[in-house]
Ligand binder design. Structure first.
Ligand SMILES: Nc1ncnc2c1ncn2[C@@H]1O[C@H](COP(=O)(O)OP(=O)(O)OP(=O)(O)O)[C@@H](O)[C@H]1O
Ligand SMILES: [Mg+2]
Length: 335
């Protein structure tokens, strides 16, 4: 999802709770907590696998909060080089460092003043940046790089990560004190495989949207065979709603109609091994976790011929994490 800014350069959130499709107990529970969080300005941490809708939730919380007419500014902490994140967050005075603009920069905190700052992939923040973020949240003040006096800001923080934050804390990759600051509200967005009953409604919603976009249909003209829905419900959806959306869109592009009927499941879904068979760990040799991580990433990249989208879906990690791991393990296509 891209961060939209309106014509006045104002940062906006585009989605509301009404855009979150699904009525399962699991998603309703997450929505219920998110609605309570929206009534406050307390820090909110959104957890869940890739593609479950964490960003959608962040937008919805902002848009139903009293800050909805103020900026919603998002920053992907995993996608910004470590040495630049501080400048991105807190801004800098003119020419503060080599390569800095002569005009200086306001920084995302100041841009979000009065509104919400969405820190996506927050677990990817460097230890240094974690300290500075903790200080900014605790004091409500930020200092530009190279600046002398700190300034007060009024910013509501929403964070998201698809990492297991508790184990990041346990392994000292993420500061425990910061974690407690960030999770006044903690919302776990359930993976699609835990709410397969929502698939009917998601299919309905996306085929209406795709039908309009692709064939200029008014809605209701695309029909779905029961075995198609059934097949989708038998799959375990490592890429969650994002993957389902992509599968549906691709299938709709392939329709020759009218009549438009979705009946053939893609091979990738039909041929997927049952979840249990993919693991087979009982008799596995015990190895250091880092070694397994390296081997899995290497194998996944080879399997998908370095298709980043497919690799991140299969591994259930973000693109940013994959790129970081590729650099860390010095992987390249020829090896
Ligand atoms: N419950 C839902 N209803 C409708 N659309 C959804 C839902 N959940 C996710 N989506 C759609 O799936 C896509 C992925 O959602 P989103 O970007 O919010 O996921 P995410 O959890 O932030 O993923 P990542 O961890 O990879 O950043 C988006 O196009 C979003 O609109
Ligand atoms: Mg996201």
């Amino acid at each position: 999802m891209r961060q939209p800014a309106d014509q006045n350069g104002q940062w906006r959130a585009s989605f509301n709770f009404a855009n979150i499709i699904g009525r399962s107990h699991a998603i309703n529970n997450a929505i219920r907590i998110a609605k309570v969080a929206a009534r406050s300005s307390a820090a909110t941490l959104i957890l869940g696998e890739s593609g479950v809708g964490k960003e959608l939730f962040a937008h919805a919380i902002h848009n139903s909060s009293k800050r909805s007419d103020k900026p919603f500014v998002s920053i992907n902490c995993g996608a910004i080089p470590r040495e630049l994140i501080e400048a991105e967050l807190f801004g800098y005075v003119p020419n503060a460092f080599t390569g800095a603009s002569s005009k200086g920069a306001a920084g995302k905190f100041r841009t979000a003043d009065g509104g919400t700052l969405f820190l996506d992939e927050v677990a990817d923040l460097s230890p240094d940046a974690q300290v500075k973020l903790l200080r900014a949240i605790s004091t409500g003040e930020i200092a530009r790089i190279g600046g002398v006096s700190p300034e007060k800001v009024d910013v509501r923080i929403i964070c998201a990560t698809n990492k297991n934050i508790q184990s990041e804390v346990d392994n000292s990759f993420f500061r425990e004190d910061l974690y407690y600051r960030l999770n006044v509200f903690e919302i776990r967005v359930p993976p699609l495989r835990e709410r397969l009953e929502d698939i009917d409604e998601i299919i309905k919603y996306f085929i209406a949207a795709c039908g309009r976009k692709i064939f200029n249909l008014e809605g209701g003209e695309i029909h779905v065979a029961p075995e198609f829905t059934e097949g989708l419900k038998n799959y375990n959806w490592p890429g969650n709603v994002r993957q389902l959306q992509a599968v549906l869109e691709r299938e709709i592009y392939h329709l020759n109609g009218p009549p438009y009927i979705l009946s053939h499941l893609p091979d990738s879904i039909i041929n997927a091994a049952p979840a249990a068979a993919q693991v087979g760990l009982a008799s596995a040799e015990i190895k250091p976790l880092k070694q397994i991580e390296f081997e899995m990433i290497k194998a996944a990249l080879a399997k998908f011929d370095w298709n980043i989208e497919k690799t991140v879906m299969a591994l259930q990690i973000s693109r940013a994490t994959l790129y970081r791991k590729i650099a860390e393990y010095k992987l390249n296509k020829r090896k």
